[in-house]
Write a protein that binds this ligand. Structure first.
Ligand code: XMP
Length: 326
């Protein structure tokens, strides 16, 4: 539409002004925001942009593949993939505090970008200009909730705003900083991104790292990935993807409860389903999902995911609860 077309043109102009002939890198998280930011910058400066996908090992099932195939197919952007799972897991070892996790993930993200930048410059034929710009898909609500907006409280350190180290070597390009999610989606559609990317439900940068309540480790990630994949598949099968804003699936890794399966006693972890409806994530209400759907998800998770013997539903609105548990 007219307004969206204007936003695209205006931002393309601004990006060209800011970046000039410089080179930029853009982190792709797999989410809508970073994909749209990257596509906008790609539109503005073409091959001066290299997209970097840091696989931090905190992604859900199938997400890495989605970035590596769908996004590149849609935009033709240059993509550099950095497998950094080891870096993140060791940095997170022993950490349970939510803000500490967020800060560590944010910090390691930047470090990983810096490492990627060195590689990109090395690999590029012309030694020329170093990468000076870092593109981020920061939205208006992220700015507000990280304390950057007017009169805002610092609620959570969003890893793309609050977690930046002071010695950051890049200048930030944030073309979505004044936009809300629905505007970002129409910009994405305008830029030709496919529905699978544009209509994707939000997923936080720190990924499953803030959906494991307790220490993050490989075993817990594997367990949560399985539970999450089941919940997502059932929500999609029920045709409710558009109706539900997002449905975090949370593992209470330090909690155990007694159950019974077959003839045996179990002592496993609870999974929390957190389906919410929202306009912009600033406020949210818990989604009244059909009982039958909840029953299917619960049955499948407890049957198919070893170590989980209980599924619970979060019926808290925002406020007072935030959407993510950490
Ligand atoms: P909360 O939990 O604050 O989440 O109610 C609001 C929305 O933001 C997403 N979220 C994040 N997105 N980086 C992101 O890009 C982050 O660090 C982050 N933390 C939360 C969350 O999924 C919800 O859509």
């Amino acid at each position: 539409d007219w307004t969206t077309g204007n936003i695209v043109e205006e931002q393309v102009e601004r990006i060209r002004e800011q970046v000039g002939t410089g080179r930029a890198i853009c982190g792709l998280s797999g989410g809508v925001d970073s994909a749209v930011a990257a596509a906008l910058v790609q539109r503005a400066i073409g091959d001066q942009l290299t997209c970097v996908f840091v696989n931090h090992g905190l992604l859900r099932e199938g997400e890495a593949e989605q970035v590596e195939t769908d996004f590149v197919a849609a935009t033709g952007a240059k993509l550099y993939v950095a497998d950094e799972q080891e870096r993140f897991l060791s940095a997170l070892a022993g950490v349970t505090d939510p803000e500490e996790k967020r800060k560590i993930i944010g910090r390691e993200f930047i470090r990983a970008f810096e490492a990627a930048e060195v590689e990109i410059v090395k690999e590029s034929a012309e030694e020329g200009e170093p990468v000076r710009f870092l593109v981020q898909g920061t939205l208006y609500p992220d700015v507000v909730e990280s304390g950057g907006g007017e009169g805002a409280a610092n609620i959570k350190s969003h890893h793309n705003v609050g977690g930046l180290p002071e010695d950051l070597q890049f200048e930030l390009v944030e073309p979505l900083r004044t936009l809300f999610k629905d505007e970002v989606r129409s910009v994405g559609a305008q830029l030709g991104l496919p529905d699978e990317i544009v209509q994707r439900q939000p997923f936080p940068g720190p990924g499953l790292g803030i959906r494991i309540i307790g220490e993050v480790n490989e075993e817990r990630l594997t367990l949560l990935r399985k539970a999450d994949a089941i919940a997502r598949a059932e929500l999609t099968a029920a045709g409710l993807d558009q109706e539900v804003w997002q449905m975090p699936v949370v593992l209470l890794a330090d909690v155990r409860s007694v159950g019974v399966q077959g003839d045996g006693r179990t002592y496993g972890h609870p999974i929390v389903l957190r389906p919410v409806s929202s306009e912009d994530a600033m406020t949210a209400d818990w989604s009244r999902l059909p009982y039958d759907l909840l029953a299917r998800i619960s049955n499948r998770i407890t049957n198919e995911v070893d170590g989980v013997n209980r599924v619970t539903l979060d019926v808290t609105s925002k406020p007072p609860g935030t959407i993510e548990w950490e």
